[in-house]
Design a binder for this molecule. Structure first.
Ligand code: ADP
Ligand code: ZN
Length: 611
């Protein structure tokens, strides 16, 4: 909103400057005027050297080089006199109308641009707005059905009822049943909330109106509320229909939030509540709201008769991801050898939108390599690109840094490989991507919903492994491990405060959440300063213990670090299989080394590697 005002002001300033500039230029380039009689007198006394004629306008120079300008009422009569006086004459066509009108045209253009800027969504709540934003979305081409939605079967099941309401609203009305007015879909972005709403409209063959919550929040007071009223006026006229309000938290957040424009938002919210209470049961308008922050919604929105049905759309699990992959690979030619389950395993945490993006990216990659079908390595490349950003193959990294990165990643990988109850190694790379200089990627074989203490501690150790390897080999510390350390600290913190896993602190939840809420940081804590200190000490103890154990582990496998790092320096990227080969070589040579008594390196029971 601010931007628009700023751009507007900028335009005004620019156009004023422009107009001033143009006038100044005219002033500069226009020589002083002279009366025609003066001019004739000078001409006859031989004071004029040259003239330039343009229509009746005369510009010229006199003997002492002063420019002047005058206007001849009858240029035809002047001509012989000029010739007589022996003046140098030049001439050009009189300026056409356009040249004369140019400044005016420019001014009008600038003004109309300004006008466009300010009428766009202005206080008039004009018809223009209505027409542009409230297009019917149920055009056949864009029609979605439940077949396009995958992996969220439970939610879909619930929503089938709504389709039925919309299709048979007369029947429901006759029976006097109360048709739900509002459904709130809550869940992370990209999980298919909009898609679901579209699919309901598509299934029930009713118009679909989509509007973003932030479209209501305008800079002029009262606009939001009037937009709400307009929206519902249009919707009621076209009932039965679906109104989808995306990011409804933009208008429906808890009142009295103390944020600048909240009065406007409150008006808008009130209008929405009034409208939702207002329509009668024979106006089958179903409002579907979507939000990823249900916690900040105003409770008034959630009362019966409003958004009283709340459905959670969560990120898809493995099964869901396979289903969504199936939906999106329908439109692309995929290799018969492609195993969607394997792909789905490698993308934990991907939303439906991420998966759609992944398939698209993989298809593009395949096309770039002129392939006939999309293959596994295209998906792998697409995934890396999405998850880690583009490869920066030519990033300027010197040989010394490259070695450090290789040892750092080797450290992560070895800890991950040796400790039990850790996620499978998937890939290790020292090719910089996005912000990361190297990466050790692990994927869970199965979805995990709960984590054991052992898993969490080992996760911390894997994170610390990178830095420790650097320290063991080069005896130096680098900033490259900053993210790892932040990650490890975060896990230790939650372990103590959220999951009650520390025996010293006990099973009490200590909330120390810093919520970023509308720009202000709310720090809440339900504990005393003494407890805070205890928590700090405990977190530090956990990290330090993990550090010591990891260091011990890595030191005992010093040779493995070197071997793996060397392989990484040569190959840059290695996958799980190649990692196993490195491990194999290492174990075999280690076994034969065991026979020589002076070798100290032994592998603990827990670290026994299945051959
Ligand atoms: P949200 O509204 O939850 O942010 P969208 O509905 O806009 O998410 O999803 C964006 C895109 O992601 C969809 O158009 C669709 O291509 C894809 N998508 C998301 N979830 C799913 C799903 N469950 N099944 C199939 N495609 C999905
Ligand atoms: Zn690291």
């Amino acid at each position: 909103m601010h931007n628009r005002i700023q751009t507007g002001l900028l335009l005004i300033v620019l156009s004023v400057l422009g107009i001033l500039g143009y006038n100044a230029w005219l002033w500069e380039t226009t020589p002083p005027g002279r009366s025609y009689t003066d001019f004739l007198a000078e001409l006859h006394s031989g004071d004029i050297i040259s003239v330039h004629l343009q229509g009746g306008e005369i510009r010229g120079e006199d003997k002492i080089g002063r420019p002047f300008r005058t206007f001849a009422p009858d240029p035809a009569l002047l001509m012989p006199q000029l010739l007589d006086a022996g003046v140098t004459i030049t001439a050009e066509e009189p300026p056409d109308l356009f040249d004369r009108l140019l400044p005016l045209v420019l001014l009008i253009a600038i003004l109309s641009v300004l006008r466009m800027f300010f009428t766009k969504g202005s206080m008039t709540g004009s018809k223009v707005w209505t027409d542009k934003r409230f297009q019917l979305r149920a055009e056949p081409a864009d029609m979605k059905t439940f077949a396009d939605v995958a992996g969220i079967d439970e939610v879909q099941e619930e929503l089938k009822e709504i389709v039925d309401f919309l299709k048979n609203h007369e029947k429901y009305n006759l029976l006097g049943g109360r048709i739900p007015k509002g459904v709130l879909l809550q869940g992370p972005p990209g999980t298919g909330k909009t898609l679901l709403a579209r699919a309901i409209a598509g299934e029930a063959l009713v118009p679909f109106y989509l509007i973003g919550g932030s479209d209501f929040v305008e800079m002029f007071a009262g606009v939001g509320a009037s937009r709400v009223r307009e929206l519902f006026a249009v919707a009621k006229k076209n009932a039965p229909c679906i109104v989808f309000i995306d990011e409804i938290d933009a208008i429906g957040s808890r009142r009295g939030g103390g944020n600048g424009s909240h009065e406007e938002r409150e008006q808008t919210l009130n209008a929405l509540l009034v409208e939702m209470d207002g329509f009668s049961s024979n106006e089958t308008v179903i409002v579907i709201g979507a939000t990823n922050r249900p916690d900040i919604l105003d409770p008034a929105l959630l009362r019966p008769g409003r958004f009283d049905r709340q459905l959670t759309v969560s990120l898809p699990n493995l099964h869901g991801r396979v289903k969504i992959l199936q939906v999106h690979t329908r439109q692309v030619t995929i290799s018969p050898a492609l195993n969607l389950t394997v792909i789905a395993q490698g993308i934990p945490g991907f939303s439906g939108a991420d998966i759609a993006n992944l398939v698209n990216e993989a298809a593009l990659t395949a096309a770039r390599h002129k392939k006939l079908s999309v293959e596994m390595d295209d998906f792998e490349a697409a995934k890396d690109k999405i998850m880690m950003g583009l490869e920066r193959k030519n990033a300027a990294i010197n040989e010394k840094e490259r070695r450090i990165i290789a040892y750092h990643e080797a450290g992560h990988a070895i800890v991950a490989r040796l400790l039990p109850d850790t996620d499978e190694l998937h890939k290790i790379t020292i090719i910089p991507r996005g912000m990361a200089l190297g990466l050790t990627q692990q994927v869970p074989i199965e979805e995990r919903y709960t984590y054991s203490l052992m898993y969490l501690l080992n996760r911390i150790k894997v994170l610390l492994g990178g830095r420790i390897a650097e320290k063991i080999v080069f005896n130096h510390l680098s900033t490259g491990a900053a993210n790892d350390i932040a990650g490890a600290t975060d896990i230790a913190m939650r372990l103590v405060c959220e999951w009650g896993m520390s025996s010293a602190i006990g099973s009490t939840v200590y909330r120390r959440k810093q919520q970023q809420f509308l720009g202000t940081v709310e720090t809440s804590g339900n504990f005393s300063d003494v407890t805070a200190r205890e928590i700090d000490l405990e977190v530090r103890r956990i990290i330090n213990d993990c550090y010591a154990e990891t260091e011990k582990l890595l030191r005992s496998h010093n040779r493995l670090i070197h071997e793996l790092a060397e392989v990484l320096l040569i190959n840059e990227t290695i996958d799980a299989e190649e990692m196993e080969i490195v491990m194999h070589c290492y174990i075999n040579t280690e076994k034969s080394a065991k026979t020589t008594p002076d070798k100290q390196n032994t592998i603990d029971k827990t670290e026994e590697i299945p051959a």
